[in-house]
Design a protein around this ligand. Structure first.
Ligand code: PHB
Length: 397
């Protein structure tokens, strides 16, 4: 048994970038089919980033996805950067008149998947044997086995590769350059059943390494410890982990974390990646498929949604006219924002983490940099503006 579907836009990868593009195309009268090798449950249970800039949550509202962030999310007017136990509050509100939202990627995904279902979208989760067909033609497509075991072929006028950091769609862009860097550390992430320790996020740089204190709900907390990629903290006891978290945030103000049972542990590698070009003919890349950032600056999901915001309206025009020329400036607009965000993520990462071979000079220089940024208003504003989202005219949005 084999079935063939014809659509206007084929979307490979139904995570937040792909589903947002699908939703935005629907709102503009363009049909799409989205596929993903993961099941919906798998994606819902993969814990990812937690912070959205204000313009990203606004997209959820403007594109008629959901307003759930207003009741289930938390608006944060600032964040705390603790250096060797000394707290430095960065007030996004005071510095740049902005706020961010703690609204986890899994919730963004759930809202998008529900919206696509509600609006009759064609999204096929849990597919396998994905084979890209005729990417460099006027009739690109894909063949796969659907969740019920039937062979499917989908043909479209345009293709979006939003298939994440292990993208197969990258190969559809001939002669592309891949820019890549790894870091000599990783994050060990936990989910814990505990009360919130603080009402905003805490980015803590200590002589024992970095820690991030984030949140999910009043009873579930998300936290990360800098570690060596080869460390096996899966074997650490809960007491050992809590002692390490506490040691990294400890300071003269006596700040103490609220602890509780740890119910999930994951190792997150640190990578920076960009593929250029992001667009060729009828194929466009969006989200992690085109660029990956380390998680320190909370840029990944925001960048993916910004790609959607630039790409979807152009794609809608391109699909209606069946004219790839309408996609022409996607690349130019997106790439500037992508490299700016790469720099911010790299900068936050290297400024807040200690390198395994950091010598005393390196450490003191890094502390000097932190003092330069946190110790006066123009430095704090620079950080706040990047973290809370650059103005639209800077972002090309
Ligand atoms: C998270 O809550 O998972 C989170 C928040 C901020 C980051 C990274 C991760 O920079």
């Amino acid at each position: 048994m084999s079935e063939t579907t014809r659509t206007q836009v084929l979307i490979i990868g139904a995570g937040p970038a792909g589903l947002m593009i699908s939703q935005m195309l629907h709102n503009r009268g363009v049909e799409s089919v989205a596929i993903d090798i993961r099941t919906r449950e798998e994606i819902e249970n993969t814990h990812r980033a937690g912070i959205l800039e204000a313009k990203a949550v606004r997209m959820l509202e403007d594109e008629n996805v959901s307003q759930r962030f207003r009741t289930d999310g938390y608006e944060h007017d600032g964040t705390d950067i603790r250096v060797r136990g000394i707290s430095n509050r960065i007030s996004f509100k005071d510095l740049v008149g902005a706020s961010v939202w703690l609204y986890p990627q899994t919730d963004v995904f759930i809202d998008l998947a529900n919206a696509r279902e509600r609006d009759g979208g064609d999204v096929r989760f849990g597919v396998s044997d994905v084979e890209l067909l005729d990417g460099d033609s006027d009739n690109p497509g894909v063949r796969f086995t659907d969740a019920a075991g039937t062979t499917q072929e989908v043909r479209a006028d345009f293709v979006v590769g939003s298939d994440g950091s292990r993208s197969i769609c990258r190969a559809l862009i001939p002669g592309a350059t891949q820019y890549f860097r790894e870091y000599p550390f990783a994050w060990f992430g936990i989910m814990a059943e505990a009360p919130m320790s603080y009402d905003e996020l805490i980015y803590a740089s200590s002589d024992r390494g970095f820690a991030l204190i984030s949140q999910r709900t009043p009873t579930v907390q998300r936290m990360y410890l800098q570690c060596n990629p080869s460390d096996d903290m899966h074997n650490w006891s809960e007491d050992q982990l809590w002692d390490e978290f506490q040691a990294r945030v400890a300071g003269p103000d006596g700040f103490e974390l609220k602890t509780g049972p740890i119910f999930e542990r994951t190792l997150l590698p640190f990578r920076s990646f960009v593929q250029q070009p992001m667009q060729h003919g009828r194929v466009s890349l969006a989200g992690d498929a085109a660029h990956t950032v380390p998680p320190t600056g909370a840029r990944g999901l925001n960048l993916a949604l910004s790609d959607a915001r630039v790409l979807a309206p152009r794609l809608a025009e391109a699909a209606k006219a069946n004219d790839p020329a309408k996609l022409a400036d996607y690349e130019e607009i997106a790439v500037k924002r992508v490299w700016r965000a790469q720099n911010f993520s790299y900068w936050m990462t290297t400024m807040l983490h200690s390198l395994p071979d950091e010598n005393p000079f390196d450490r003191m220089r890094r502390l000097g940099e932190l003092e330069m940024v946190l110790g006066h208003e123009s430095g704090r504003r620079h950080l706040a503006e990047a973290y809370a989202g650059w103005p639209n005219e800077v972002d090309g949005l």
